[in-house]
Design a protein around this ligand. Structure first.
Ligand code: GAP
Length: 458
């Protein structure tokens, strides 16, 4: 649990950079914030969207055996009775008898208050679901809960999804959405908050094939992170001990990331068996089954659940991509985001604000904007503008200079290497499209050239 390890970003640095560059702000900042709630800024919202988009593409768009849903946050309270959350979704809470601070008992190493050393009360189970009231009357009959997981929206829609999509086992339902937990202890920036987003898959399989599908999903999900640039050495699997398993879970592996505060859960892959569907059958009185093609019998499938946190993925991507280096005796801070995740893909940087140059640069901007998230910046010296884009993790900067007026060419500067190529303006869009899809920077378009050596390293 050490901060400031060499080569690793500290949480303090990350929080400050994220605030300064518009990734993430404390919620309700002008009122002093709200504990464990965060807002995504102009750059952070793009990063978060890109992560969700990459997940949806890999798990829904590119698969034959998956459909999506978007279910409501407020659900019939019977859902939480059936799912077991009303009775089981709790953490042990202790209170200090001297300073009255509250703690999660299973987080404490010693049986005394970490703040003042005072004596603690006996643990009491504290339910983590947020309660509110439906309609104008605040009475017990109108209590509803903010969902603590998106999964239940999928289970109660199992028959709707199956009947309308005409899928057959094995098949999955995916959902991205907000979840809320009244966590006793929060912290580590966006790692544990009270309002967060999940990306969940409930993958329904024939009982007996569940172990095979469990292994499949663990592998699949690990690969998703590494394909998006997370370094293999920063990610690992940890199997839950029997006494750690959630009330619905037969088996669970955490995919853990090596965050600045240490290894911690990024995603859980669980075998929930038929617990949820059977509970909903019992509590709703409705049949929830599907046809097993082999036996021609109606069966209750088992479910494998890869459940990822959007905010934890954002945090892992930020930590993993963060880098510092010394260039020309100055510190360069950058994010090596995968091009699919980079919030801004291209920045247009005219060398000066002179009108004839601005006109060309704005034409380039207008041409590129419909294709990529593009930023136009004509403030400050060019070196400072490059550094700003490095801190935003922008893979490519396009510089328009006075020579561009004559030779109709512009310079593309690459974030990671700071190498530059000179490309005909007419070929910029296609070239950037190819580079963003992973083509080598030095594969030049017709008429392009490696930019002068002395211009490198800016
Ligand atoms: N449906 C299963 C489920 O909700 P979970 O392990 O409790 O399982 C899944 O949560 C994921 O949701 C976690 O791996 C984590 O990424 C994210 N998550 C859970 N609680 C969170 C919190 N308080 N703040 C941020 N993310 C959280």
């Amino acid at each position: 649990m050490t901060e400031n390890k060499p080569g690793k970003v500290s949480m303090e640095k990350l929080v400050s950079l994220c605030q300064r560059r518009g990734f993430i702000f404390p919620s309700s900042d002008i009122y002093g914030g709200l504990s464990a709630c965060w807002d995504y800024g102009p750059v952070g919202v793009e990063l978060k969207r890109n992560i969700k988009e990459a997940w949806w593409r890999a798990n829904v768009q590119e698969r034959d055996d998956m459909v999506g849903l978007d279910t409501s946050i407020l659900m019939n309270p019977k859902v939480w009775e059936a799912s077991g959350h009303l009775t089981q979704f709790s953490d042990p809470l202790v209170e200090c008898k001297s300073c009255h601070q509250r703690w999660r008992a299973d987080d404490l190493k010693e049986n005394k208050c970490p703040a003042c050393g005072g004596e603690l009360t006996d643990p009491q189970q504290f339910n983590l679901m947020f309660k509110t009231f439906m309609g104008p009357v605040e009475e017990a009959a109108n209590v509803v809960y903010l969902r603590p997981e998106t999964a239940q929206g999928i289970f109660v829609n199992f028959q709707n999804a199956l009947n309308t999509s005409r899928k057959r086992l094995p098949f999955g339902v995916a959902q991205i959405g907000k979840a809320f937990r009244n966590e006793i202890t929060t912290g580590n920036f966006i790692f544990r908050s009270r309002e967060f987003e999940q990306m969940e898959i409930e993958f329904f399989v024939k009982p007996g094939t569940d172990d095979k599908w469990f292994d499949y999903w663990v592998e699949e999900r690990l690969n998703w992170y590494t394909k998006l640039g997370i370094q293999k050495e920063n990610i690992r699997l940890r199997e839950h001990a029997k006494d750690e398993l959630a009330h619905y879970s037969r088996k669970c592996f955490d995919i853990e990331y090596n965050f600045p505060m240490g290894w911690a859960e990024l995603e859980g892959v669980a075998n929930r068996g038929d617990f949820d569907l059977r509970q909903h059958m019992e509590y709703s009185g409705k049949g929830i089954t599907c046809l097993d093609e082999e036996s021609k019998q109606h069966i209750v499938p088992y479910v494998i659940e890869p459940s990822a946190g959007v905010d934890r993925s954002v945090l892992a991507v930020l930590c993993d991509a963060y880098d510092e280096e010394i260039v020309n005796d100055e510190l360069r801070v950058l994010f090596h985001f995968h091009t699919d995740l980079a919030p801004i893909k291209v920045a247009i940087l005219p060398l000066s604000r002179k009108e004839n140059l601005s006109a060309v640069a704005k034409d380039v901007y207008a041409d590129l904007r419909p294709c990529f998230v593009t930023q136009y910046d004509d403030t400050q010296a060019i070196g400072r503008r490059y550094r700003r884009q490095d801190e935003l993790g922008t893979p490519y900067c396009v510089t328009v200079d006075f020579q561009s007026l004559e030779d109709k060419m512009a310079t593309i500067r690459e974030r990671d290497t700071m190498n530059q190529i000179r490309v005909p303006i007419a070929a910029l869009r296609d070239t950037l499209q190819a580079k963003l899809a992973g083509e080598d920077l030095f594969v030049l378009p017709e008429g392009g050239q490696i930019w002068k050596e002395e211009k490198r390293g800016v």
